[in-house]
Design a protein around this ligand. Sequence first.
Ligand SMILES: [Zn+2]
Length: 418
Amino acid sequence: MKQPFITLSEPAGSLTNCLVWVGESLDPTPCEGFAWREGRITEILTRADDGGPPPAYGILPGLVNAHTHVGDGFLPEAAVALTLEEAFFRPHGYKYRALESITAEDHIAHMTRFLQEMAATGTIAHADFREQGVEGARRLREASRVSGVRSFILSQLRDTPFTPKELTANQAPLPRAAREELLELMRISDGFSESTMNDLTDAAWREIRDITAAHHRVRAVHCLENAGYRTLSLKRTEKGDLEQALNLYDPDLIVHLTAASPEEIELLAASGKPAVINPRANAALGLPLPPVAALLQAGVPLLLGTDNGILNGPDLFRELDFTWRLARSQRGDGRNPHPREILKTATANFRHSPWGTEIPGSLSPGLPANFIIVDLLAPCFQNSRDLTATLVTRTAPEHILATVRNGRVLHQREPRHD
Ligand SMILES: [Zn+2]
């Protein structure tokens, strides 16, 4: 059976005979109708499951990539022969030198294409640790505007404000120029990010926490990407970097946790804060894999990211598949967790993020019309005994017929099969 090309109209539209992954629990529900208007879902009309063949269209919440660096997406695989420190650490890491070498115009064009690839693979929004200060944020805003993908921009100061000596002494406040830059960032960015807790002094972290709070901006940081983060922090402050982050900076998003100990996982769970894991990026760098199973069992709200564009394309379905397998392997259980729990890390769990009102990551009447349409007539879905599991493990870009954010069609393609 040939799947007809669907015509999606803006700002209102509807689909009939579809399977909708409804609500925060992501239950696949047969529906007679799914409708939206002015950027919001207006109706999800369910019907009794009559045991017949599955509907032609699967409607899922649009995916959210909770950790990216799209700025280095113009350098695929440039880091395959480099260590984490050689490729990514300031001030002389390969990434930072390469970012200085590209013109603004070329950079915006590259980032726009990267965001369009996100839309083509089902992603409607991402949280980006954006380098290059105010100029970096400006470039990504433009790429976001053109592509229609929502960029939550978490800006980094353009240059490291402290010398290694000042960092070791851990006394200096934020220098005036850095403070002024931070205030400017508060106008253009959604929040602040820094590579590691070891990049700033305790006094600077407190100032940044207070300034971002006063401007209602989000705070994020990488923690425990490897054990070296903790070791250096202990040496300087007698506390590990995760404990430092929670005490001094009160972050809204904590990224990585690959080297987190059971005590650190407990500390994080008690804080109630969401963690963003990036298993494929960690694996590519030869780092430990994040303790997905332990984090899930501790009740930490988990989100998923693809991290640097140097290391990974933005297809979150690849990350979901890898993460699900990893979680089962770590748990030593062939039946748990169910792939639905992993799918939540790129959808419904986003309600625990600071942007959960704008993007709740689930589908119910009244919520934003952020969804993707999957071709359920493709052979893998036609024969599936567990559609949610097949979605997590087998969805390819060709299966994504449309990506819609706030009722706006960001991407659409014809079904590929006969
Ligand atoms: Zn990162």
